[in-house]
Structures are given as structure tokens and as C-alpha cells.
Design a binder for this molecule. Structure first.
Ligand SMILES: Nc1ncnc2c1ncn2[C@@H]1O[C@H](COP(=O)(O)OP(=O)(O)OP(=O)(O)O)[C@@H](O)[C@H]1O
Length: 545
């Protein structure tokens, strides 16, 4: 039960010395204070979550949990179980931190509002010409110092994240999906063009500039956003600089130190868009332009202490650094590592890191272990990052390479999967496009060879479908079929006209039957040829919606 104080007017004069949390609940109309005995900045787990996660359809109650975030990611990203868990957890706590920051800002605004409403005025106002005088009363009877009481509230600090792993396997997709679902501003910057300030290239501050733009120039929103710095490994110190200044490696790392830890930056920009009036938080613009000077260059003052930084990079060669370190640890382990290259056996891995959650494949299937999952700060320093920056990124996680089966799943399972996208594209011209199971596996195989992760899938599909995409619209073609032979580029896509629906489905069934008999031993979840509806059903069963 909140305690209600009926405060006499004389007490109201002293409000500025009262804890803010009391003031926040002051009801000026009734001259009542109400305050609770709990600490106001404690996390309120019942706070309604804004954004899609507040939507009961996503996770039942209005509750946000790391698990709910991970389950949401599962709908968009195939595999990467461990990275999903780590990122969901980090982003979840970032979101909670944002709530705390916003709560404090609201309290401060409330404090100002209440102070105004109560018409607080200084002693000088009451007695013009008088100065408030402080009298120092030395207390000679006491020999100990007065204890210093710091009433500043507990500050939740952020934990920046480093996500290591090969290209095109879903690192950015995961971060982008999380930022979108939480309605947190998000920006992405590539570290490759960064140089030390004063040299040709981009300053590291540009990432804050981009975040501001993504926040529609709302400084307050930007201050709680997420910045993804990609190609982070490209700013590692080279092994030898031959005595020259390392302006794109160590120089950039030094420049990033303050930004990622938390500093106040002055960003000068000419915003193209003005925030629509009534946006929550509004824009806090400082500088010559002021809030109205849309066309002039403006100075935005941004505090970076609550911006979450997520670094990503392939870190090619880091696996060898890790394996060398790991293999020094145990002779037996060493022998195993040497004979199996980078593949570590489950039991050995667990033995080496007993509290580690291995990156198991879905359905409890065993996967090859990824040496990057064993990365330690020391490995990153050996790779060329400076200890100061490594120390500011306490969370490390790794993503794994996508194998053929995962690529097939990328093609068919996520909400925005490529096959659905291409089928939709054709459907817009009144043409039904279908792929047989054999074709899907061939496409995945071809993408694997490109070594660009899931990005290769689109390249393969574009090459296969370019002709059909050109020929079919406006022609008599109503059905396009991509079979295994088509995907192997042994023949062009099969075209069927308006009256040939039967033949079209016949060709599909025939190939599927051959596929099933040939690959009878394949796991059940290997895709069979599906229509839209089949995809939906299969997707629902697998947790994709
Ligand atoms: N695991 C995955 N599940 C679903 N789609 C994926 C996955 N990995 C990659 N993709 C697809 O590939 C595209 C590229 O992936 P993403 O941008 O996340 O790569 P990345 O790992 O960040 O690579 P890079 O380091 O080169 O930026 C995504 O837009 C998505 O369509």
C-alpha cells in the first residue's frame, strides 16, 4: 500500500531536497505525496512492452524474456542456436536498461513539472536583496569525518558484444531482427573505411551519425540504440607496421575506445528529415540551428553510454590461433585436434569447457564444433586487437558455417525465405513457380561452393531464373518448374502453358517419387516439393510462422 503524506505548504517548499522518486508521484492538485517503500528504479517486470513483443500473439503474455526473443529469432534465422541465445540475452538486458534510462528521464521531467507547478522560488525571491548565507559551524567535539552518503541510483551498465563467424550466415540478420522487434534504432557501419581522425577515410564517429539518422534525428532515441560495427576484424593491428603509423588499425581502435565505453559526442549534421511533431521523446537539438533550423547544419550532442555496440567479423585465421592455444592445453586433446582438423568431438569439447552449451543442431543432432566458440580475450589480442578494446567487449559469441542442409532450410523455412520470395515474384505475373526437392538440394550445393554463406543462394537462384523471369511475364507460360536437372544447369527451366496444369503437377510428382526412392534413407525433414500452403504448414510445425 502506498503511504500517503498530507504535506503542509511549508514542506512543499523543500521539495528539491526530497528524493526524486517521491516527487514523481506527487499529485499537485490535491497537495498529496504518495510514495512506495520500494526503490523506484527497480525493474518493473509488469511494464508493458512497446513494439511487437508487447503483442500477446507473439509470446502469450506481455512479458519479454530472452527466451521469447530467441524464439522470435528462430522464425527468421536458421541454426546459430548459441549466438541467438547470447544475442537475445544481451539485447534483452539492453532493452531493460533502456527502460530504466527512460524511467529516469521521465522522473526528471516530472520533477521539473512538479517544481513549476508548485511555483518553487528562492529565498531571494521572497526577500529581494537578501542573500542566503551558510554558516559553518565547526564541531570540535567530533574527531571522525562525517560519512559521505551517495544517493545516486544504481546504474546498469551495458555489455557490448562481439559476434565472430564467417560471412553470410546470419550475424546481421539476427541483430537487425532483434532491433526491429524491440523498436530500437539500429545502424550498421563497416569498419573497413574507418581511419584515425584527420586522415583520409571515415571517422569512427560516423557510426553515431548513422544511428542518429536511423532515429530520425531524435537524440534521445539514438542514445539507447544499437550499433552494429561490421568487419571489425579489419581494424586489427597488422603484425608489422614497418615503423609507420597504423591509422586504419590501432588508430581506429583507439578512436573507438571512448565511443563504445560512453562519451558525449558532438555530431554535426544537416538532417534531411525533421521528426514529426508529437514523436515520443522529441528531438533534443542543440546548436545554432535549434529545433527549427532544419536546413542549417546542426550540432547534436549524443551521449553514447547507453548505446549497445555489437561487433561482427569473420576473423579469418583466428580459429588457428584458438586451436593452437587449445591444443597446448592437453596432449590427448591435442592429438584429437590434430587428427580431425577443426572438428572437435562432443565429449572432448564438453570436457574442455564443462559449463559450455554446445551449438547443437535442432532436433538434438550433433554438429561440428566451431573453434571460434572457444575464443578468449587473449586470442583476440593475439589476432591484433588492443587489450583496451577487448576489455570493453565482455560478451563473445560465434556463429557457425551453414552446411548444405541448413542452406536448404534457409531457402524454404524462414518467414522471408527465398523460395517464397521468388514464388511470390512470379505469382505477381500470374505464373506458378515450383522447385522440386532435388532442385533445392542442388541449389544449396552450388551455394556451398561459392563460400559466401546464404548469400550464395540468391546468386544461384538469380542465375537459374533470369531467363524465366524475362520470358514468362506476358507470354503463354503459366507454370515454371525447376527440377534437379535444371538446378544442375543440364537444361533450362520447364515451361507449361495454361492448359498444362496436369502435366506440370505430373512432372513434379514424378521427380519427387524418384527423389524419394533414391533418397529413401534421408531424414524426414528434408524438404519435399511444397506449395505455399505446404510451406506454411511445415513452417508452423517447425515453429516458423
Ligand atoms: N542463418 C540464416 N538463416 C536465414 N537466413 C540467413 C541466414 N544466414 C544468412 N541468411 C540470409 O543471408 C543474408 C545475409 O546474411 P547476413 O547479412 O546476416 O550475413 P552476415 O553473417 O552478417 O555476413 P557479413 O559478415 O558478410 O555481413 C540475409 O539477409 C539472409 O537472407
Amino acid at each position: 500500500m502506498p503511504l500517503i503524506l498530507h504535506a503542509p505548504p511549508v514542506l512543499l517548499r523543500c521539495t528539491s531536497s526530497l528524493p526524486r522518486r517521491w516527487l514523481s508521484t506527487f499529485n499537485s492538485s490535491s497537495s498529496d505525496f504518495s510514495f512506495t517503500s520500494g526503490y523506484s528504479s527497480a525493474i518493473d517486470t509488469n511494464t508493458t512492452i512497446k513494439g511487437p513483443l508487447g503483442d500477446a500473439s507473439l509470446h502469450g503474455a506481455h512479458r519479454l524474456t530472452p527466451r521469447a526473443l530467441k524464439e522470435h529469432l528462430d522464425k527468421f534465422v536458421v541454426g546459430q542456436r548459441r549466438a541467438k541465445r547470447v544475442l537475445s540475452t544481451s539485447v534483452y538486458y539492453h532493452y531493460r536498461r533502456i527502460q530504466q534510462v527512460r524511467q529516469r528521464q521521465e522522473e526528471e521531467e516530472e520533477l521539473t513539472r512538479v517544481a513549476r507547478a508548485m511555483d518553487v522560488h528562492s529565498l531571494e525571491d521572497e526577500f529581494p536583496g537578501q542573500q542566503q548565507t551558510m554558516h559553518y559551524q565547526p564541531d570540535y567535539g567530533r574527531d571522525e569525518f562525517l560519512p559521505i552518503h551517495d544517493h545516486s541510483p544504481l546504474t546498469l551498465e551495458k555489455s557490448n558484444v562481439l559476434c565472430l563467424g564467417p560471412t553470410g550466415v546470419g550475424k546481421t540478420l539476427m541483430i537487425r531482427t532483434l532491433a526491429r522487434v524491440l523498436e530500437v534504432p539500429f545502424s550498421m557501419s563497416d569498419c573497413t573505411p574507418f581511419t584515425q581522425a584527420g586522415y583520409v577515410g571515415e571517422d569512427a564517429d560516423v557510426c553515431i551519425h548513422r544511428l542518429l539518422a536511423a532515429s530520425n534525428w531524435d537524440v534521445r532515441r539514438a542514445e539507447t540504440g544499437i550499433i552494429c560495427l561490421d568487419e571489425f576484424d579489419k581494424i586489427a593491428k597488422p603484425k608489422s607496421t614497418h615503423g609507420s603509423k597504423d591509422i586504419s588499425g590501432e588508430g581506429v581502435q583507439q578512436a573507438l575506445l571512448k565511443i563504445i565505453e560512453g562519451t558525449t559526442l558532438q555530431v554535426s549534421a544537416k538532417p534531411e528529415r525533421r521528426p514529426p511533431s508529437g514523436l515520443p521523446g522529441g528531438s533534443t537539438v542543440a546548436g545554432p540551428g535549434g529545433p527549427g533550423g532544419a536546413n542549417k547544419g546542426e550540432i547534436f550532442t549524443v551521449d553514447t553510454s547507453n548505446i549497445l555496440f555489437i561487433f561482427t567479423g569473420a576473423f579469418i585465421g583466428l580459429d588457428k590461433v584458438i586451436m593452437d592455444r587449445v591444443s597446448k592445453g592437453s596432449i590427448g586433446f591435442n592429438a584429437h585436434v590434430r587428427t580431425n582438423g577443426v572438428a572437435l568431438e562432443d565429449e572432448k569439447f564438453r570436457g574442455y569447457t564443462p559449463f559450455f552449451t554446445p551449438n547443437e543442431g535442432e532436433g538434438g543432432k550433433k554438429r561440428k564444433f566451431n573453434p571460434l566458440e572457444l575464443a578468449e580475450p587473449g586470442d583476440l589480442i593475439n589476432f591484433g586487437l588492443i587489450p583496451e578494446i577487448v576489455g570493453r567487449i565482455p560478451v563473445l559469441t560465434a556463429v557457425e558455417k551453414l552446411d548444405e542442409e541448413m542452406l536448404v532450410r534457409v531457402l524454404t523455412e524462414p518467414r522471408n525465405c527465398l523460395i517464397k520470395q521468388y514464388e511470390q515474384l512470379f505469382l505477381m505475373s500470374g505464373i506458378e513457380l515450383r522447385f522440386t526437392s532435388g532442385a533445392l538440394w542442388e541449389i544449396a550445393k552450388a551455394a556451398m561452393k561459392m563460400e559466401t554463406g546464404a548469400r550464395g543462394l540468391r546468386t544461384v537462384l538469380e542465375r537459374l531464373l533470369t531467363d524465366a523471369m524475362f520470358e514468362a511475364p506476358g507470354s503463354s507460360i503459366k507454370y515454371v518448374l525447376v527440377t534437379e536437372a535444371v538446378a544442375q544447369k543440364k537444361q533450362p527451366p520447364l515451361y507449361f502453358g495454361r492448359g498444362q496444369k496436369h502435366q506440370f503437377h505430373g512432372a513434379i510428382s514424378e521427380e519427387e517419387a524418384t527423389w524419394a526412392s533414391y533418397h529413401g534413407q534421408m531424414p524426414e525433414e528434408k524438404p519435399v516439393n511444397r506449395s505455399y500452403e505446404d510451406y506454411k504448414e511445415k513452417g508452423k510445425a517447425a515453429g516458423f510462422t
